[in-house]
Ligand binder design. Sequence first.
Ligand SMILES: Cc1cc2nc3c(=O)[nH]c(=O)nc-3n(C[C@H](O)[C@H](O)[C@H](O)COP(=O)(O)O)c2cc1C
Length: 184
Amino acid sequence: MRTNSLFLDLAEKRVSVRQYTDEPVPRDALERCLEAARLAPSACNSQPWHFVVIDDPEKRRALAAAASGGILPINHFVHTAPVLVAVLATRPNATAAFGAWVKKKTFAMMDVGIATEHFCLQAAEEGLGTCMLGWFNERQVRRALALPTGTRPLLLLTVGKPATPPPPRKRKPLEEIISWNTFT
Ligand SMILES: Cc1cc2nc3c(=O)[nH]c(=O)nc-3n(C[C@H](O)[C@H](O)[C@H](O)COP(=O)(O)O)c2cc1C
């Protein structure tokens, strides 16, 4: 598809990065990523999220261990990331909680996912790589960050300068995922 769209270029640029250099991440770039996340939409404008930015080496090691331990040999690359962000779901406001209960939809998870993608897109704009991680030991993360009740770590994010070129994109073709006017 030929486009002339800055946003599509950015969406194309964001990929999951799984190897980082040890260059530090500029604080102002991180702050813009967090601002992008803050601007995300959420059900009933509940904004049920909190971002814990972890650049302290000891805390980072504890979180990386929570994401890469266990029986499956995955997520070891987390140890190479100079910054991790724990994305927490916090208590939604009463309207969003009621709506989620009536509609049986996990609005807070959607909200957190959208905000996290805002963060990742801004990171791509800054020339930073990210990878969302849903696979980690939640209990270990809770303990490492001393999280209070009413918060839940839904995602960990790795952030840093990519050490390797982006892998090729694997996506279903548009025809497979789109239909017009009726489901086909
Ligand atoms: C909710 C969620 C959880 C994910 N968890 C992991 C993970 O634990 N480990 C990992 O390496 N990648 C994880 N990913 C990254 C996906 O594997 C990746 O987005 C997908 O393969 C598409 O590749 P791309 O991000 O490079 O476009 C996760 C992505 C999402 C959205």
